[in-house]
Structure formats: C-alpha cells, structure tokens
Design a protein around this ligand. Structure first.
Ligand code: C2E
Ligand code: MG
Ligand code: MG
Ligand code: MG
Length: 278
C-alpha cells in the first residue's frame, strides 16, 4: 500500500514536472514570436517625492499578453527569456521604447529601466545602450538603469567597468530590490549608486515588524551618508508612506500613489503631480 502510494506520488511529481517543462517551452516559443512581432508593451509606474508629493520619474515595466497563456507576469517570463538567450534583444527593445516614450513625459522626469544581470554577459552592452540613448534623443541624465545585486555574481571587474562607463556618460544607476540579495554592503563601497531601491518585502512589513522598520531606517541612513537617494518599493497605504516620509526616504513607488500605467495615463498623472511652474 505504502509502495503503491509512493509510486503514485512519484508519478504525480513527474507529471507536474512535465507540465512545467512544457509550459516553459511554450512560453519560450511565445516570447520568441512576441519579440519578432514586437507584441509586448511597457507600462510606467510613477515615483513620487515623499517630501513634496510631486512626481520625480517613472519606472518602465514590461508586459506581455500571450495569445495562448494570457497575461504572463514578468516574474515568470523574464527568467525564461534569460535562459533562452532572448533577454538581450528584449532588454534593448525595452530601453529603446522607454527612451522614446520619455519624450511624451514632462522634461524633468526620470525614466527608469530594468536591466537583467544576463545583459552584462554582452561585451557590447554599454556601447549598445549609449547608441540607443543617443538615437532616442533622451538626455542621458534622465535615464536611470535599475540593476540587482545578482550582477555582482558575474565577473565583478567587468560589471564595475560597465557601470562606471554608463555613469560617466551621465546615466543614473539604481540598485533594485535592495536588501534581499547577497552581501549587499560590499557593493556599496565598490560603486557609487545614485539610488537604492528598498525592496517591497521590507516596506510591506514596516508597520508590523520592528525588525523591518529598523532595517529600513538603517538603509535610509546608510544611503544618505553615502550620498545616495532611496526609493521605497511597493507602498500600498498612507500609513506606510507617512512613516517612510518621517524616516526621510527620498521617493516612494507603489499602488498607494499609482499602479503601473499605460503611457497616456502616466502622462496625465504626471501633468497633475508636477511642481508648479515645472
Ligand atoms: P521590480 O523591478 O522590482 O519592479 C517592481 C514590481 O513591483 C513591479 O512588478 C510592480 O508592478 C510591482 N509593484 C509596484 N508597486 C506595488 C505595490 O504597491 N504592491 C505590489 N504588490 N506590487 C507593486 P512587475 O511589473 O510584475 O515586475 C516584476 C519584476 O519583473 C520587476 O521587479 C523586474 O525585476 C522584472 N521586470 C519587469 N519589467 C522588466 C524589464 O523590462 N526588464 C527586466 N530585465 N526585468 C523586468
Ligand atoms: Mg525595478
Ligand atoms: Mg524592485
Ligand atoms: Mg522588487
């Protein structure tokens, strides 16, 4: 009986794996087509100054609606694109689209674009980025590239060289999902980021957990001492926003202020959240 049950479970496990593998292959196929047909789009989530409540920028986030699977979360399809070697092309398309879209936003706003660690495997990454930015006509100072600590699992020397070149060109560099990665603090010493983005998991717990609050407070103080800005990710309530304002976090991003929006809606939001006279 136990043996039979074990066999059934093993069988069930294998079928689950099989289904997962099949979905993955189908997703990869779908992504390849979507990339070829440019059948993806970006949404833009506002970032808000916690001091003045004015919009400071937007983060471009990739959306894919697959004919077969419907809306697939980037949390699922980005890793597939990375393993399939599609992320380089997708990443450049995202950059080009976001830089072009920026022309429709008020001139003072930053545009943040996520870079996958895999894109750093490309020796020509920096040249390609600079070329796309130049072609778009967007002043480099308005572009902020978001990277995660996982880039430092790569050849650190090469990554640092690339980051320094981007920075020298005027592009801002933000460290995304800060706090959930690897030995975070060493990287702060090796590269002067413009901004740390405090991961949503800390922000989510900030009112209930004294530990989370202490960590967020320390990260904000540390960033400030190192002349870096901070953005709190995933602010969902007025209470979280108030506490982060009190802790002197620079900017906030989250459903409390605005969801990721289509370009037209983001432009309309920006128009009503600008500094007077800006
Ligand atoms: P991320 O860069 O940390 O982006 C923030 C994520 O938090 C976004 O999820 C956003 O929609 C979500 N978010 C924002 N405010 C709130 C909130 O108040 N509550 C909750 N629950 N969520 C909030 P999204 O768009 O699903 O993207 C997930 C991740 O996928 C991103 O995390 C990023 O790592 C990756 N991603 C998205 N677009 C791109 C892209 O163009 N290129 C690359 N390489 N990665 C991307
Ligand atoms: Mg991001
Ligand atoms: Mg993030
Ligand atoms: Mg995050």
């Amino acid at each position: 009986e136990a043996k039979a049950r074990g066999r059934r479970q093993a069988q069930f496990f294998c079928m689950a794996m099989d289904e997962k593998a099949q979905r993955r292959i189908a997703l990869e196929d779908g992504l390849r087509q979507a990339l070829a047909q440019r059948a993806m789009h970006l949404v833009y989530q506002p970032q808000i100054s916690l001091r003045t409540h004015q919009i400071t920028g937007v983060e471009a986030l990739l959306r894919w609606s697959s004919p077969r699977f419907g809306n697939v979360s980037p949390a699922e399809f980005i890793p597939v694109a990375e393993e399939a070697g599609l992320i380089r092309d997708i990443g450049l398309w995202v950059l080009e689209t976001a830089c072009t879209a920026a022309h429709q936003l008020p001139a003072g706003l930053l545009v943040a674009v996520n870079l996958s660690a895999c894109q750093f495997d490309d020796e020509l990454l920096v040249d390609k980025i600079l070329e796309v930015v130049a072609r778009s006509g967007l002043p480099a100072e308005r572009l902020e590239l978001e990277i995660t600590e996982s880039v430092f699992l790569k050849d650190t020397e090469d990554v640092l060289t690339a980051l320094h070149r981007l920075r020298a060109a005027g592009i801002r560099i933000a460290l995304d999902d800060f706090g959930v990665g690897y030995s975070s603090l060493a990287y702060l010493r090796s590269f002067p980021f413009h901004k740390l983005k405090i991961d949503r998991s800390f922000v989510m717990a900030i009112l209930q957990s004294a530990e989370s609050q202490a960590i967020v407070r320390s990260v904000i103080d540390l960033a400030s001492a190192l002349h870096m800005e901070t953005t709190a990710e995933g602010i969902e309530t007025a209470e979280q926003a108030a506490l982060l304002t009190q802790l002197a976090c620079t900017t906030g991003q989250g459903y409390h202020f605005a969801r990721p929006l289509p370009l037209e809606a983001a432009t309309a939001f920006a128009a009503t959240h600008l500094a007077p006279g800006a």
